[in-house]
Design a protein around this ligand. Structure first.
Ligand code: ATP
Length: 464
């Protein structure tokens, strides 16, 4: 097994596999370093920090907001834009009780809560195996169902009629708009409706940085299929989703698929698998793929009195399609991409920290760096910047030595630095430096866009 920090090895050793104390602490150290990097460089800040913070709530800073957008954009591109069988929607976050009554969430969207009688900490019973992780006591209360939805009132009167909920998943927006989408797009199964947006769950134990928070962003697809084809499409989507992660640079060794046991299944699910990621503290759910059957459309049809069915021209009959749902947290995915990309290596005898992010996810894709503040260099550098900005997320930096600027860009995952020096004034060429190999090549300004496009099309060349 490669040691942490060694060349192109995995970012951290398997924490659960060996049980060697030294390895576990190396994994913990990586987690600390990534959390620290996120704060120090403006990826993720604790929310309301000037008031002492608000537990488990985070704000995304300039680099974090840019990277989160890239994660969502990469998902939307692969799930909606490059497909003609999926359309996107953007439904309301605030929804009436009727939706959650029909979907079964009011009754079933709970986690089992236990209290430790010794230190009074609260835990999710299914996550602690009978022992309080804080004080080690086994004197726990009986588990009771704790409801995870955030409840509020819409309008000035706080009575039963005005009760509303913040959505705990985006999926219901796809089901309640099913008939609207059918009539406006004329899609027929197999087809999908996708959505990206905020979701809220009053988690009992939010933990591990942005892994589990009470407010988070979800990227969900509801893919409607004839019931007889559901298993085939289920396998298709598990395969597709694994490919999405590896295409964006997560090594296959950090991913695995875990089938849910029957007693683990959500109230709506016929079958679920988790795509798990090897987080520093062990394997954990990254994305869930569920076969929700016809549970949701049938429930909403019954409760609303509307027909939520499709017509099968082959049989001349109407039927309720089954739905396959890949559901991924954008914020959790961003954390996995950051952890998988984190490396420490040596360049010319000097230690450096580098995020080996795929260029599509990097918050800064090209850094434009004039060697000095001399007006003639800055003038030319700004022209190069304007040329690149429509195609790439750029940073412009004139402070500090060029070596330090390269390190700062490496640390936030910038794949390419473009340096404008005094020779540029004569030869109209710039130096392009690659983050991973640190190799530098001279490129005429007139060919710079083409050069970068070539590198972007062939990311594997930049990862070696
Ligand atoms: P768990 O049992 O771990 O609470 P879940 O199985 O209820 O999670 P799903 O309903 O399958 O989670 O959610 C789909 C995806 O949404 C998850 O795979 C994860 O990426 C993301 N997700 C769920 N809950 C949270 C959360 N509290 N914070 C961040 N992301 C979350």
């Amino acid at each position: 097994m490669p040691r942490f920090g060694e060349g192109r090895g995995l970012p951290y050793p398997a924490p659960m596999s060996s049980g060697t104390p030294g390895e576990t602490s190396a994994a913990d150290a990586v987690m600390d370093k990534v959390v620290n990097l996120c704060k120090r460089r403006g990826f993720i800040f604790p929310s309301a920090e000037i008031y002492g913070g608000f537990r488990s709530t985070y704000d995304y800073g300039p680099l974090g907001a840019a990277m989160l957008r890239n994660v969502k954009e990469a998902w939307w591109r692969s799930m909606v834009r490059l497909r003609d069988d999926v359309v996107g929607i953007d439904a309301a976050i605030l929804s009436p009780a009727a939706v959650w009554e029909a979907s079964g969430h009011l009754e079933s969207f709970t986690d089992p809560l236990v209290d430790c009688r010794s230190c009074h900490e609260r835990w999710r019973a299914d996550q602690i195996e009978g022992t309080c992780p804080r004080c080690g006591s086994t004197d726990l209360t009986e588990a009771r169902a704790f409801h995870l939805m955030f409840k509020t009132h819409a309008g000035p009167v706080e009575d039963e009629a005005t009760v509303a909920y913040l959505r705990p998943e985006t999926a219901q927006g796809m089901f309640t708009n099913f008939a609207n989408v059918l009539t406006t797009t004329r899609k027929r199964p197999p087809f999908g409706i996708a959505q990206v947006g905020k979701a809220f769950r009053n988690e009992i134990t939010p933990q591990n940085f942005v892994f589990r928070t009470r407010e988070f962003e979800l990227m969900e697809l509801e893919y409607f299929v004839p019931p007889a084809d559901a298993e085939r499409w289920f396998d298709y989507w598990v395969h597709e989703r694994l490919g999405w992660f590896t295409d964006l640079g997560i090594p296959g060794e950090l991913l695995r698929v875990r089938e849910h046991e029957a007693d683990e299944l959500s109230h709506y699910s016929k079958r679920t698998v988790d795509i798990e990621f090897r987080f520093p503290w062990g394997w954990g759910e990254l994305e869930g793929v569920a076969n929700r059957g016809d549970y949701d459309l049938t429930a909403h049809a019954r409760a609303s009195g509307q027909r939520l069915e499709v017509f099968d021209p082959a049989t001349g009959e109407r039927y309720v399609p089954y739905v396959i749902e890949p559901a991924l947290g954008a914020t959790r995915a961003m954390m996995a991409f950051l952890l998988a990309a984190y490396q420490e290596d040596e360049v010319a005898g000097e230690a450096r920290t580098v995020l080996r992010l795929d260029w599509r996810l990097a918050p800064v894709q090209v850094a434009v760096l004039p060697l000095s503040r001399k007006p003639e260099l800055e003038g030319l550098a700004r022209q190069v910047l304007s040329m690149l900005q429509p195609s790439y997320q750029c940073d412009y930096d004139v402070t500090q030595s060029i070596g330090r600027r390269y390190r700062r860009q490496d640390e936030v995952g910038t794949p390419w630095c473009v340096t404008i020096d005094f020779d540029t004034l004569d030869d109209q060429a710039v130096t392009v430096r690659d983050r991973d190999s640190t190799a530098q090549v001279r490129v005429p300004i007139a060919e710079l866009l083409e050069e970068l496009a070539g590198r972007a099309r062939r990311p594997e060349l930049n990862r070696s």
